[in-house]
Design a protein around this ligand. Sequence first.
Ligand code: ADP
Length: 627
Amino acid sequence: MTVETAKETRGFESEVNQLLHLVINSLYSNREIFLRELISNASDAADKLRFAALTDDALYEGDTELKITVDYSDKLKTVTVRDNGIGMSRDEAVEHLGTIAKSGTKEFFGSLSGDAQQDSQLIGQFGVGFYAAYIVADKVTVTSRRAGLQEDEGVRWESDGKGEFTVETVKRKKRGTEVVLHLKDDEAEFADGYRLRSIIKRYSDHIATLIEMPKEGEDTSGYESVNSATALWTRNKKDISDDEYKAFYKHIAHDFEDPTSWIHTKAEGKLEYTTVFFIPARAPFDLFDRDAKHGVKLYVQRVFIMDDADQLLPNYLRFVRGIVDSNDLPLNVSREILQHNKAIDSIRAASTKKILGAIETLAKGDEYSAFWTNFGRVLKEGVVEDAANQEQIAKLLRFVSTVSDGDEADVSIEDYIGRMRDGQESIYYLTAETLSTARNSPHLEIFREKDIEVLLLCDPVDEWVTTHLTEFDGKPLKSILHGELDLPGEQSTDDADDAGSSDPKQHEALVEKIKTALGETVKDVRSTARLTTSPACLVSDDADMSANLARILKASGQELPDSKRILEVNPTHPLVGRMDGETDERKFANWAQLLFEQALLAEGGRLDDPAAFVKRMNDMLLEMSEA
Ligand code: ADP
């Protein structure tokens, strides 16, 4: 095997070019953060070396004092961030600094608007890392050697950030990475000790690895430490300022915005561990990406073990960021071990409770509506996923209902129960593809008339929520699209044929005639008191899947047996009254078919044969205008 050592020029992956362009253009007002990002990478590199050295002590090469050095030269207009962490091989430099490894990256860039202000918010959610260097630098030189490689296996990577970079193999005695920023002419102000120290204090003080800078003052020989270099979570809660928590969050979450809230817990007793969890202000771009990595950072006795440890929290809390530091796990813990570990199970159960408690607190304040907009859909999954905490999660859910003013989900189940009518036993809901379909559903007519609130559920996940959350506080949740109606102070629809003044026997005969005309199209036809202004609607049998769920499953490619619906007709509607007098069998059959089709359209359903529907309707309109 020949190993490439010569200098070569390569192109960035196209997403890197997009990212660079965006970073340079939209993060200018945040430009100090370049240092935070580079120090964050250096600290990760130190963490990775400590972890790798657990099983291979030789990687330390006799130098166990891990540190990050920030240097500068006002003459050369450079800022340098150096670490003696894990380092990079030539291949790693090409891969890590020339491509973006996150899943969903293409989709993310496709979704950007081109508006710098708007996109800078989104880029914050994406995280910019190393490329932040190009906000202030017009050339970046990275020299590195991976721990464990030979001295002549170092790498130099260099780029002006304009589409290409060079890599070559170089001699490098020191393990670890050095990043030299050649500052743009108008960014020379950053080559200043005071400026750099104040940025480090502001953004990187919590970094657990020592950060040092050239000494200042009388004796300027050598370096001195400029951060406190203790892991934030090991400190006493009351000694940690909000700003420190926020800076820590930005480091671990690669976020630009402050978190909404955080919880810092120390467990002592049978299990000893510390957790710090943050609820971000905004959903990451890949929250619903199946391949995206989620989870929190795992430490064992202060040693970083892994990122994205998804066993530590349930999947429906995947938006939570943070760290877990355990004293009970072995240092050589692997993802496989995490899956069957009693300590992990207890940490997860306790952490889930803590986080749900924090969300409950949030729910009492004004910030909850933003939280819900960002994470509500994910939290709903918890109703399905986490039977043990279902009731607590259900309390946190927010819905749009028939009493909501706008489209914002602002109704909790407890609010709903507080407004239930005398004698009302069920919590009524309706699922639909869109809110406007839900709002205009004929099924709501009787509820409007009787002033009974109905929850309007339009998220696909709501179909699963309602199959798992069948009651709350002893009150059943009932779909108004299923089965017979049973409203307070009302007899069941079987006895409701006497709506209006007309003859119930006559209704029965009409219903039978419609049933015969529709034949196999429907499961049944019955008269209803559900409707006041519409002539007909479709309902499903109690045991049948809702039409909305069937639509969702079909759209996701699943084969489903056709389940037939029940047509309910409003005997008091003039159109239905007219049908009663129709003696021409062919015409009657057309009426009946139209009744079925319009009921299907009204609930947002799709007709099997729309062209036949149009023709049927036109024929009838013609006949009527000729009559
Ligand atoms: P992120 O840190 O979010 O993964 P970056 O763009 O900042 O993204 O860095 C990309 C990758 O480059 C890192 O994941 C890491 O593998 C590598 N890298 C960056 N800086 C260093 C460093 N100082 N030492 C070792 N590897 C580094």
